[in-house]
Design a protein around this ligand. Structure first.
Ligand code: NI
Length: 177
């Protein structure tokens, strides 16, 4: 198991729609998840989607526990989410800054649904069904977008709110997500 290179924006593999998982608990799936965890932890990310390491499958992972990059962010439980289905609870959206390991060095102001329900499976095929809001909801939407071939810059409404992290936030030690 090992950390793997993260594809960067411009790679056509990031624009594909990923395929569902049909075989849970397989050695291949466990190996993929191990590589995803190693990659996310090495890069100090809050989430990673399988297509970001060149695997076009509907698998995302995320976790937030006192990440130094997000001192104010609520913690999010360590989650493996497979074949996710997202359902917004209302039309309410809010905007906040996002980054992405596939768009290194950049930040953008991205609208996301404030509150949503997400359903899917864990690595053993167990059901996941959560209703979340705020940063947790934002992370889920960002990661699941990768499964549709959508990168966060494609959702920015006003491109004047897109730029280099160290220019936008000169007084903060902002890294990539
Ligand atoms: Ni991302």
């Amino acid at each position: 198991m090992a950390s793997r290179p993260v594809l960067r924006m411009g790679d056509p593999r990031l624009l594909q729609r990923a395929e569902p998982i049909t075989n849970f608990g397989s050695r291949e799936l466990n190996a993929l998840l191990s590589d995803m965890r190693d990659t996310m932890h090495e890069l100090d990310g809050v989430g990673l989607a399988a297509p970001q390491i060149g695997v076009s499958l509907r698998v995302v992972i995320f976790e937030v526990n006192a990440n130094p990059r997000y001192p104010d962010a609520q913690s999010v439980p360590q989650t493996v989410l497979i074949n996710p289905v997202l359902t917004p609870i209302s039309d309410a959206m809010d905007e906040d800054w996002e980054g992405c390991l596939s768009v290194p060095g950049m930040r953008g102001l991205v609208p996301r649904y404030t509150k949503l329900r997400y359903q899917g499976r864990d690595e053993k095929g167990g059901l996941i069904d959560r209703t979340v809001s705020g940063f947790h909801a934002r992370v889920v939407q960002h990661e699941c977008d990768h499964l549709e071939g959508i990168l966060y810059p494609m959702r920015i409404r006003d491109m004047s709110n897109f730029g280099f992290s160290d220019v936008l936030f000169p007084n903060q030690n902002v890294q990539d997500e």
